[in-house]
Design a protein around this ligand. Sequence first.
Ligand SMILES: [Zn+2]
Length: 300
Amino acid sequence: MTMQKYDIEKLRDLPIEGVAERLGLQVSRHKCLCPFHDDHHASMSFKVSKNTYRCFVCGESGGPIDLVMKYLRKNFLDATKWLADENNIIMTEYKPHPSDLTPQPSFNAERFEKYFEHPWLNDEARRFLFDERRLDARVVCWCRLTSWRDRQGVPWLQIPYYNKEGHLVGVQNRNLVRGALPRFRFPQGSQCGIYNLPVLNMLRPGEDLYITEGCSDCWAMLSAGHKAIAIPSATLLTKEVRGKMEEVRDKLSISFHMYPDRDAPGERLFLQLREVLPSLVHHQLPPGCKDFGDYYKGKQ
Ligand SMILES: [Zn+2]
């Protein structure tokens, strides 16, 4: 399945300033420092009405997809995938005019809770979790992973997000068709910031907590016998996640560990996280393993 023209149009309509902020650019009054030349004067400006950016010094210009392609050095397809994955965060974090903000729709936990009471895994979900990822069945059970099929027959893995108190605060759906887009879907109002927060209640002082990028690495970490939480797999830490991690740091005297993905974004995320958690321990994945999930399944 490839990305439909319609989906690409939707990505082109993502607010350009929201995309820029998600990339880490500091936008103020429709301007920011140009990331494409050594800029000290906010030469890049955004035209919200046309959803474009332009630097009047180096001449770089374009729309949301161009910005992602150039800034993250991705090709068109990878840039659209990145935007599709980030779409939810961009739409919830981007708040252009605080004065006329319409209230965010809240998450309807009651509607979704019942799906996780009796989790059920279809063949595709079992294949993904047990054959492909080699996860421990107890972990899948603890995480209450379940599955469903949409009207087009597409199989989805349904991942519940609970807060520390055990209340359902969001749901992430993962497309189980390999390579299909969109890869993730979030019901309205879902708060999918930090994954597996209930595990914090099980930590004793001095114990190790592993932080992974994304929930599939978290399941691998749990299957390997570690206590773990996941932060969204993304280029940057969101303000919300940063704040939550500060809270965890201040409330619990535990030590923090991470196996960053073996690539530049993985290392960048580690460094960002270490600003919040100065004692964060860096663990190196062996060569040939791109992330912890990869490493874990190789050992099974
Ligand atoms: Zn420039």
